[in-house]
Design a protein around this ligand. Structure first.
Ligand SMILES: [Zn+2]
Length: 262
């Protein structure tokens, strides 16, 4: 099976071990050369692992890591639509008059078409969060494009052109940027960890979200049942907290998405 990320990872691990063994049974005379070789091999492996599994790690300019605009912040909500949790999130956003960007899972859109339609009708932006929310580095090349294209198709029923993409857990497989570029999709990151899916109480979610306050911030929250409904309860205080600190909410392209506040 053609799993490009697994293949690259296996090659990198194999090469690193091979070099380590060659250095250990001194194939090379110079201690300096042996150390440099060892360091280079382990650094390359560390960079590959960071690229694959650390969401914020990427080459500069290849992923959207902050939103443009004076005192701008963006709210992104991942994993919906979900019949249990999305309605309360939408109610909270509507009451606060703020629009967010929802990274939707294609299978959820198919299961909850009315809820997906409500997200779009209430003026929120949407992005592609794959068809089944599988971890992409472990998929074959065909499964990888299928996950992205099937979700894109499901979203096309809601809105003509979707331009944002976020991989499940932020894990990037080898070849992702090429696939996204061909489809006109931009990879969207986030900064800081609110980790509302760990099940903290609403107060804790508010504290974590406000601790991240900074210009250009892309905040990541979830309409996932593992948040136990606490994210929707936390949203009004998060929005008020940002507004009172002088921030305004924007979409990922920098257009204002905040219709309330002062
Ligand atoms: Zn997700």
């Amino acid at each position: 099976m053609n799993r490009p990320t697994i293949r690259a990872l296996a090659m990198a691990v194999g090469l690193t071990l091979l070099i380590s063994v060659a250095v250990a049974i001194p194939v090379f005379e110079s201690t300096g050369a042996r150390l440099a070789l060892m360091l280079a091999a382990w650094s390359a492996l560390a960079i590959l692992l960071a690229y694959l599994f650390v969401p914020s790690f990427d080459w500069p300019g290849r992923q959207l890591s902050r939103v443009p605009g004076d005192r701008a912040v963006a709210l992104t909500i991942d994993d919906g639509p979900n019949a249990e949790t999305t309605p309360a999130i939408l109610d909270a956003l509507r009451a606060a008059r703020v629009k967010a960007t929802f990274f939707l899972v294609g299978a959820g859109v198919v299961r909850n078409p009315d809820l997906a339609r409500r997200i779009v009708d209430e003026g929120h932006a949407i992005g592609n969060h794959t068809m089944r929310h599988r971890l992409l580095p472990f998929r074959t090349a065909q499964q990888l494009t299928g996950e992205i294209d099937d979700c894109q198709y499901a979203l096309s029923m809601l809105r003509g052109r979707v331009r944002w993409f976020r991989p499940p857990n932020g894990f990037k497989p080898i070849g992702l940027h090429r696939i996204l570029a061909r489809r006109g999709l931009t990879l969207v990151g986030w900064q800081g960890a609110i980790r509302d899916t760990d099940g903290p109480c609403a107060r804790e979610i508010v504290d974590r979200a406000l601790a991240l306050a900074a210009e250009g911030r892309i905040l990541l929250l979830h309409d996932n049942p593992s948040c136990r409904g606490q994210t929707a309860i936390a949203l009004p205080a998060i929005i008020d907290g940002y507004r009172s600190r002088g921030y305004r909410f924007v979409f990922l392209d920098g257009k204002v998405s905040d219709y309330g506040g002062r």
